[in-house]
Design a protein around this ligand. Structure first.
Ligand SMILES: Nc1ncnc2c1ncn2[C@@H]1O[C@H](COP(=O)(O)OP(=O)(O)O)[C@@H](O)[C@H]1O
Ligand SMILES: [Mg+2]
Length: 365
């Protein structure tokens, strides 16, 4: 892809965003590569958790427990598929995309699970005009992402699998146990090439999810991605991702001061856990999900505000607007919970928090 085209794309897939790193890892990789893999398992781990390859610095993609990433990679070496589960915003999709980019070089074979997902989205469907004109043929087949991954020995991603109806989920069972898709209309079956696997994600806190059958769960290794274990880790994740996202949007604003990031992360952690960080005071949790991902988009949103309508420096008013939007989702209840937090916790925290407290109070009046 040329440079011009690259600039026109709103969001680059991981394999393009980190093309230089992947290339350097490939060149420096001395270990053997499993069938269908572009890199050795060790090089995939370096891509995800950071390090060096030749002279090139590899930025960490997943920040947290390295062992979880090792287990995810190891799963894909076996005939079991991988399922990443956890609360919203714990980097399930992000890890899935980057794993796929490193191992397979194409993270775009994705099925997005919804209530409307049908078996055809998982297997194949037909170009009906062609089907009517010529009858079933290879040309008339519309291949699903999973079909294409099986054909090439690659990875398919299945996002939010638990939002699909149970019968639809169960269409995966035969694919994962037999590693084939039968095409009765053509009297043949498609057998997966070595290297094929699936990385699925599922939220544990989601409305409208369907229970997964035991038979399906057995086909997957489940790995739970936790919320960041402490403030420092979460601040690091947020700072890093805000920097990357702001750069890709070319926002003309300074990245948020570390103090602002720390304040946002502190507020989010306290509201999420229902208590102040020191554990001394209870706080009411708002109705919505206030995840790390939310903190990231709040701060990139603040940068956009500061860049477009301010002097390029994030101010307390920008943060207050973002906090209000992230926390007050259900008008009545959340507004009260946020007010209580402002009065009982934030107001008492002294001078470093005073301006933010004031801006938030005005916004929530
Ligand atoms: N532990 C983490 N390491 C790196 N990035 C993280 C981490 N946790 C959250 N993020 C960031 O949060 C954002 C949202 O993550 P996403 O994968 O969409 O969440 P999920 O699919 O679990 O709901 C991404 O930009 C991701 O980089
Ligand atoms: Mg996701």
């Amino acid at each position: 892809m040329g440079v011009d085209q690259k600039q026109a794309v709103l969001r680059l897939p991981a394999e393009q965003l980190y093309a230089r790193e992947l290339e350097a890892l490939g060149a420096a990789d001395r270990d053997s590569r499993p069938a269908g893999w572009r890199l050795s398992p060790k090089a995939v781990l370096t891509f995800l958790t950071g390090g060096k390859a030749g002279g090139v610095a590899i930025t960490p993609k997943y920040i947290g427990n390295k062992r979880l990433v090792e287990m995810a990679i190891a799963t894909l070496l076996t005939d079991r598929a991988l399922m990443l589960i956890g609360e919203p915003g714990t980097a399930k999709s992000w890890l899935s995309e980057n794993l796929t980019a490193a191992i397979h070089g194409d993270s775009s074979k994705v099925i997005q699970g919804t209530a409307g997902t049908s078996e055809e989205h998982i297997r194949y469907s037909w170009n009906y005009a062609m089907l009517l004109a010529q009858g079933p043929s290879d040309q008339a087949i519309i291949k699903s992402p999973i079909y294409r991954a099986m054909e090439t020995g690659g990875l398919a991603r299945f996002e939010e699998i638990s939002r699909c109806a149970s019968e639809v989920q169960d269409a995966l069972i035969s694919i994962l146990s037999e590693k084939t898709i039968s095409i009765p209309e053509l009297g043949r079956e498609l057998s997966a090439v070595r290297g094929f696997s699936i990385i699925a994600t599922a939220n544990t806190r989601d409305r409208g999810v369907n229970e997964m059958s035991a038979a399906l769960k057995r086909r997957f290794n489940m790995i739970v991605l936790p919320s960041p274990s402490n403030v420092e880790t979460e601040v690091e994740i947020v700072r890093k991702r805000v920097g990357e996202i702001a750069a890709s949007y070319e926002l003309k604003a300074a990245p948020p001061e570390e103090e602002f990031v720390r304040q946002v992360v502190t507020i989010f952690r306290e509201l999420r856990s229902g208590a102040t960080l020191d554990g001394k005071e209870k706080v009411k949790a708002p109705s919505g999900v206030i995840s790390t991902a939310e903190a990231i988009s709040l701060l990139t949103g603040s940068m956009a505000l500061a860049a477009s309508f301010g002097d390029g420096e994030i101010r307390e008013e920008d943060l207050a607007a973002g906090l209000q939007g992230a926390i007050v989702k259900d008008e009545e209840k959340d507004r009260i919970a946020w007010k209580e937090y402002l009065e009982n916790v934030m107001k008492k925290r002294g001078s470093a928090w005073r301006n933010l407290y004031q801006a938030c109070s005005e916004m929530n009046a």
